[in-house]
Design a protein around this ligand. Structure first.
Ligand SMILES: [Mg+2]
Length: 183
C-alpha cells in the first residue's frame, strides 16, 4: 500500500503559528516507531503537507528542508524511512490544486508509486486532509492527535464517509496491519 501522511498533528505537534525551525519540531510520542512498522511491512510512505508558511513568507524553503532533515533523522533512528515528501507551499489566497483540500499532492504520489486509489491510505488530522483523500478516491483515516479531536467534534460530512478514526498514528498503523483497507 501507499501510505500518505499528513505531517503536522500526525507526525509532529501541530502549532497554530507554524513550525518555523527545527527546534519547534516536536515529534509525537510513538510516531517515528509507527513509521518504522509501516516501512518494515513493506509499505511505501509519502508525506503530503501544506506549508503555507512558505507562501506567506514566514520561512524559506531552506529552513523547511532543515526541519525535514530533523524529522527524517528521528524516523530513521527508529528504523523507519519516508520515500517522498510533497509540499504545497501555496498561501491560502493563491492556492493551487496541490494545497489540501486539493488532491494534487496525493495524485502525484499515487502516480509516482503506481498505486490505484484503493491501494492508497491518507492519514491526517484535519478536515481538508480527508477532503483531499476523498477527491483522490483513496482510503482515509482521521487521527485524534493534533487538530483531530476538534475535527471529529465538529462533525464529518456524510460525503466523506467512510472515515476510520484512530487515536494516533500508532493505532492507524494497526488498522493498516489488520488489512482493514485491503483493496
Ligand atoms: Mg495536520
Amino acid at each position: 500500500m501507499l501510505i500518505l501522511l499528513d505531517r503536522d498533528g500526525v507526525l509532529n505537534e501541530d502549532r497554530s503559528d507554524f513550525v518555523k525551525s527545527p527546534d519547534e519540531l516536536v515529534i509525537l510520542p510513538g510516531a517515528a516507531e509507527a513509521v518504522a512498522r509501516l516501512k518494515k511491512a513493506g509499505h511505501e510512505i509519502a508525506i503530503v503537507t501544506n506549508q503555507s508558511c512558505i507562501g506567506r513568507g514566514i520561512i524559506t524553503g531552506d529552513i523547511l528542508d532543515s526541519i525535514h532533515r530533523k524529522l527524517l533523522s528521528a524516523i530513521r533512528e527508529k528504523g523507519g524511512d519516508i520515500d517522498a515528501i510533497y509540499i504545497a507551499p501555496d498561501a491560502p489566497w493563491e492556492a493551487s490544486e496541490n494545497r489540501k483540500p486539493g488532491a494534487g499532492m496525493l495524485l502525484q504520489a499515487m502516480e509516482r508509486f503506481r498505486k490505484s486509489p484503493k491501494q492508497a491510505i491518507l492519514i491526517g488530522d484535519a478536515l481538508r486532509d480527508l477532503q483531499a483523500a476523498q477527491k483522490a478516491g483513496c482510503h482515509r483515516v482521521l487521527v485524534q492527535t493534533g487538530k483531530g479531536r476538534k475535527t471529529q467534534k465538529e462533525g464529518l460530512p456524510h460525503g466523506l464517509m467512510p472515515v476510520s478514526v484512530a487515536r494516533d498514528l500508532d493505532e492507524a498503523v494497526t488498522f493498516v496491519e489488520e488489512g482493514r483497507f485491503a483493496a
